[in-house]
Design a protein around this ligand. Structure first.
Ligand SMILES: *Cc1c(COP(=O)(O)O)cnc(C)c1O
Length: 387
């Protein structure tokens, strides 16, 4: 009986063409992957710098495991905080320019810590409508703890300003993705920062898709806009995308980071990442900081793709990042286009509601520094043939 509702809902999902399934990769993440015995060009990962399969990072992981064993054994505050974790925090602080950083097991957990913990009771939280699901869940947690939460239309600074001007809450938080994950566009970070200053608000920035890719030394979207590491900014970045490994960080002032360490439930009540992952991430951060050639190659591939697709009936959304969405509109049409590309050995996922607004189903083209000029040409020709 208890299963009846689930079966009905699963059937409804399938009937609406919204059932999801997983593809099993029989190879490491890279520009080419093997799926069902087929060799495909991969435009479906967030491995923007091509580091997920990098030999030096894998070696650092293996060496870390030999030296430190498999697990951390406890949460950071109990006994799981080891020298590789400590070293990684310092390296992240140095790269991002903030006084201090804290690492988390995943970006989802990092986001669940930041907004609710800094908000507390009686705060007002203002968030972009297109923020990542983990930030939306963080807002729900903040709300459950007595904060007032509001969402403003995507990148609409006038709407945000009138919300800020209209609140009497003693603590205000502005929460935004830096690079929007399904659109690839940037938040107007200088304008957000100016509003945060004017209304004495925290500015919480999720740079999952900018860290490693944008800014000097890959420091991310704040560096791209030359914003200072202000004490009112809390920067979150993930380490499983451009960094190619897994986990996340939050960087900020000494007091904001110490506050999260003392009070962030999804920091405190979870086991510290295996120390070998921190060893791998230290190597990855070094490759990111020294990665100007990788970033220049990626930027050239982005320009090549945008140029090559400029005459398609449906243009790419405006984006300077590795995320280049091609809006199709109809759910089934997006799936069919993705399937036709698959038959040409090109892997591009169709993204449908509820991940994106109804009527905006799309192909999310994700580029990587691992792609060659010929790879991009192959994608351009296929899209011209199919659309
Ligand atoms: C991927 C992502 C996250 C979650 O990070 P994980 O480390 O994968 O849990 C958070 N925010 C944004 C914008 C993301 O794209």
């Amino acid at each position: 009986m208890i299963e009846t509702r689930l079966t009905a809902e699963l059937k409804a999902l399938a009937d609406a063409g919204l059932s999801r399934r997983r593809r099993i990769l029989e190879s490491p993440c890279g520009r080419r992957v093997t799926v069902d015995g087929e060799n495909l060009l991969n435009f479906a990962s967030n491995d923007y710098l091509g580091l997920a399969g990098h030999a030096e990072i894998a070696q650092a992981l293996a060496a870390g495991a030999i030296k430190w064993g498999a697990g951390s054994g406890a949460s950071h505050l109990v006994s799981g905080h080891q020298s590789p974790h400590e070293a990684l925090e310092k390296e992240i602080a140095a790269l991002t320019g903030f006084p201090r950083a804290l690492t988390f097991s995943t970006g989802y957990l990092a986001n669940l810590a930041v907004t609710p913990t800094l908000a507390g009771r009686g705060a007002a939280v203002f968030a972009d409508k297109l923020n990542h699901a983990s930030l939306i869940d963080a807002m729900q947690l903040a709300k459950a703890q007595g904060a007032e939460v509001r969402r403003y239309p995507h990148n609409d600074m006038a709407a945000l300003e009138s919300m800020l001007a209209g609140t009497a809450a003693p603590t205000k938080l502005i929460v935004s993705d830096a690079v929007f994950s399904m659109d690839g566009d940037l938040a107007p970070l200088p304008a957000l920062f100016a509003l945060a200053e004017r209304y004495d608000a925290w500015l919480i920035i999720d740079d999952a898709h900018g860290f490693g890719v944008l800014g000097a030394h890959g420091a991310g979207s704040l560096a791209h806009f030359n914003l200072p590491p202000s004490p009112r900014i809390v920067l979150m970045g993930t380490l499983g995308k451009a960094a190619g490994v897994g986990g996340a960080f939050v960087a900020g002032s000494h007091s904001s980071i110490d506050y999260l360490l003392q009070k962030g439930r999804s920091y405190i009540f979870t086991t510290a990442q295996p120390p070998a992952l921190a060893c791998a991430l230290s190597k990855s951060l070094q490759l990111i900081a020294e990665g100007d050639a990788r970033r220049a190659h990626l930027m050239a591939r982005i320009a090549q793709l945008r140029d090559g697709l400029s005459h398609l009936p449906q243009p790419l959304l405006p984006s300077i990042t590795a995320i280049q969405p091609l809006i199709v509109g109809d759910n089934d049409a997006a799936v069919q286009l993705s399937q036709a590309l698959w038959e040409r050995r090109l892997w591009l996922p169709a993204i449908r509601p509820p991940t994106v607004p109804p009527g905006t189903a799309r192909l999310r083209i994700s580029l990587s520094a691992a792609h060659t000029e010929a790879d991009i040409d192959a994608l351009i020709s296929a899209l011209h043939a199919l659309t």
